[in-house]
Design a protein around this ligand. Sequence first.
Ligand SMILES: *Cc1c(COP(=O)(O)O)cnc(C)c1O
Length: 366
Amino acid sequence: MNIPYLDLSKIHKPMQQELDEAYRAVTANEWYIQGEYCDKFEQEFAAYCGVQECIGVGNGLDALRLIFMGMGIGAGDEVIVPAHTFIATVLAVSYVGAVPVLVDVDSDTYLIDADKIESHITERTKAVVAVHLYGRLCDMDAVCRIAKKHGLYVIEDAAQAHGAKANGKMAGSFGDAAGFSFYPGKNLGALGDGGAVTTNNGELAKKIRALANYGAFQRYHHIYQGCNSRLDELQAAFLLKKLPYLKGWNEERRRIAEKYLTGIKSNQIVLPEINTENPEEHVFHIFPVLCQRRDRLQEFLKRKGIGTNIHYPIPIPKQGAYEAWGWDMAEFSATEKICAQELSLPLYPGMNDAEIEYVIDSVNTF
Ligand SMILES: *Cc1c(COP(=O)(O)O)cnc(C)c1O
C-alpha cells in the first residue's frame, strides 16, 4: 500500500467543481486584489473564529510580523516565544527588530510551558506568543493570566489550529491578536500562499490593514512604512468554498487520531497526550509520535510505502540563523528531545479505514 504523508487530492477532488466555479467567478470579474471575495472571506472567517475583525494577508509569517508592527513592537523590545515551533514564529519577531526570548515547551503537551514564562519576563518584554502547535490549543487561561499581570500582549500563532476550540472559544479569539496561515497543507489551506490576522481590537485591525497595504489608508497617502501583503481574490474565493468544510475535516482528523491512539500499541512509541475532557481543543494538524529510534522508524515506514515527516528536526536555538545568539541549550531539554524523537504520521481528511489500519499495523510491527 502507498500512503503519502499528505494527499491534497483527497480534499480537492470531491470539490473540484466548486473550485472551478470560484476560479471562473474571479476571472470573470477581472479583479484580483482587494475585492469582494477577500472582503467576504474576512467577514466569514471572523465570524467562524468569533472575533470582530479579520484582515487577509499574504501568508502566515506576514500575519505575525504585521501584528508586531501594528502593536509598535520593534527594536529594544523582547517577545517571549516557545523554543519548539516552526521557524516563522521566531522570524516574525526578529524581522521587526525585536528580540525573541525562547522558552522551553512542556514535555507532555509540546506547547509553551506556562510555568517558565514569568522567569523570562524583563522590563523590555512586550508580548508572549502562544503557538497552538500540532493543532492543540495552549493553556490560554494560564498564558493570559500571566500576560495580564505583567501588562503584556498575547499573540496566538494559530497557523496549525484553525477551528480548535475550548470553553466555547475558538483559536484566534483568546489573545489580543492571532496569525493564521492558509498554506495549502494547513487545516484550512488555499491553493497557494495566504494568511490572516484576527483580533477584537478595531484600532489595531485598521492599522494592520494599512500596514499590509503600503502603509496607506488612502491610496498614495502613506502614513506608515508598510509592506505589501494581501490575500488575493483567487485565494479568497477558494477559501470561501473550503471554509464550510473545515468543521467536518477537523472532526475527521480527530476520528483518525482516535484510531491511532487506540490502535498503536508499542513500547517504542510515545503517543501524543490528549485532553479527553475537551477533545475539541485539538484539531490534529499533525499527529506526532516520539520514538528513540525515530530515523529507523521513518525508514521502516518508508519501505512499507508510508510517508512521514519530522516537525521539526533542528531546535530553533541550533538553527544557523540564531545559533550565534548564545543560547544555553540546557534550558531547552524538552525541545531537544522532541526534535530528536518526533515523527509525524500521515493524517488527513479522506484517508480510508484500510489506510489507517495499515499505518497502525505497520507502526506496531516496527
Ligand atoms: C505554517 C506556519 C507559519 C507560517 O505560515 P506561512 O503561511 O507558511 O508563512 C507560522 N507558524 C506556524 C506554527 C506554522 O505552522
